[in-house]
Design a protein around this ligand. Structure first.
Ligand code: GDP
Ligand code: MN
Length: 365
């Protein structure tokens, strides 16, 4: 039995789909800076066009600084649901209070000297720490159960003609993603062993889902499909047996109650106290991926194989679209793709990047 079939294998009438069920208690969330106005607008117009013009979910805009009036004016008028602009509280952004900031800055300088991706950029470390462990503390998110993360500049390349929140809830899903890929190993030398230290300290067993992060061939099929197996014997920077595969968190649809749970908060506190958000450059994508594999069952994860999505330089394109590739056993590892008429066709009204860029982009293989 397929633990994780696509939610929809055809195009629905979105007006009918939107009328069929009430909305879930959910919001889209975009963290952005004032100087990203154009890219934020492009992403919002795109998601309105491909989805929200029918479903009218609210969009919550978060910033660590005061919003410019211009940003608020332009983005408000682009959202068909409610648009809210909030400033992140000081306690939720920046160095933890107990940290030796001078020492952390020296560590970040050292990362810069080693050319570690964004290693020397203090604000980037803050952003990764925010998405790893404090975003769900935002007052404006408290009233919601579900969120969908959107970033300035992303593009949805297919119409989404059903309500993904409703389907997540209906099917008992907690965490949904589109792209999985390998982490940049020098950004996370001790992340895996720290999460594993937490696991052992808490007496949490090595579930199949957890072992899947180490050895994908142990994973249930739908997870193995996206975690891949060619990298099964790959080890991380410190030689620990995580093959570095993770879900790309610039897209996420997830249940906030998972992140707000005691065990997730404890995990974040444990990671935070180890200092790795600054002494290394841990990304929230790997933190989330390791956490969901540690704490959730495979049936609670969902790969949105039917969502066309692009965040440069990686993208996913459903198999029935021109240039698309279906992510199933028949095409995994080869570039043949499937035609729009395929019985496996998924997704809807897609316009995907060109053929030349088709091969397995953004999938851990
Ligand atoms: P990348 O996708 O990992 O290259 O990182 P991005 O530069 O796209 O940043 C990820 C998200 O965090 C985007 O939504 C950015 O707009 C946002 N972001 C990154 N740094 C900051 C920051 O210092 N302040 C604010 N307000 N947003 C930030
Ligand atoms: Mn980005």
């Amino acid at each position: 039995k397929d633990l994780d079939a696509p939610f929809s294998t055809q195009c629905q009438d979105p007006v009918v789909a939107a009328a069929a069920t009430p909305r879930e208690n959910a919001t889209l969330v975009m963290l952005a800076r004032n100087n990203e106005l154009q890219k934020a607008l492009q992403a919002v117009q795109n998601i309105e066009h491909q989805f929200n013009q029918w479903f009218h979910y609210p969009i919550l805009f978060l910033n660590d600084e005061e919003w410019d009036a211009e940003f608020k004016r332009v983005l408000s008028s682009a959202v068909s649901g409610e648009a809210t602009f909030e400033v992140i509280e000081r306690k939720d952004w920046g160095f933890p209070s107990w940290m030796d900031v001078d020492a952390a800055r020296i560590q970040m300088k050292a990362q810069e000297a080693k050319n570690i991706y964004n290693g020397g950029k203090e604000s980037y470390h803050h952003m990764c720490r925010f998405f790893s462990g404090t975003f769900y503390e935002a007052e404006a998110l408290k009233k919601y159960k579900w969120y969908w993360r959107v970033e300035p500049g992303v593009e949805y390349t297919c119409a989404i003609t059903y309500d993904p929140f409703v389907e997540m809830a209906r099917r008992g899903k907690t965490y949904g993603y589109v792209v999985s890929l390998w982490e940049v190993d020098e950004t996370v030398p001790s992340l895996f062993r720290t999460v594993d230290g937490f696991r052992r300290a808490k007496g949490i067993g090595a579930t199949p889902n957890w072992r899947a992060m180490i050895q994908p061939s142990w994973a249930p099929w739908p997870i193995r499909r996206v975690l891949g197996w060619f990298g099964a014997n790959h080890r991380d920077y410190n030689g620990d047996i995580w093959n570095l595969c993770h879900y790309w968190s610039n897209f996420e649809i997830a249940d906030l109650d998972f992140f707000r749970s005691d065990v997730y908060r404890d995990l974040f506190g444990y990671l935070d106290h180890s200092g790795g958000f600054y002494s290394e450059r841990w990304g929230d994508a790997s933190v989330h991926a390791l956490a969901v594999h540690l704490l959730l069952g495979p049936e609670q994860l969902h790969h949105f194989a039917d969502i066309g999505y692009s965040h440069e330089p990686f993208w996913q394109c459903p198999g029935n679209a021109p240039g698309g590739q279906l992510l199933n056993s028949t095409v995994l590892g080869d570039a043949s793709g499937v035609s729009p008429e395929s019985e496996h066709a998924i997704g809807c009204r897609c316009r995907c990047p060109d053929e030349r860029r088709r091969n397995n982009r953004g999938i851990c293989l």
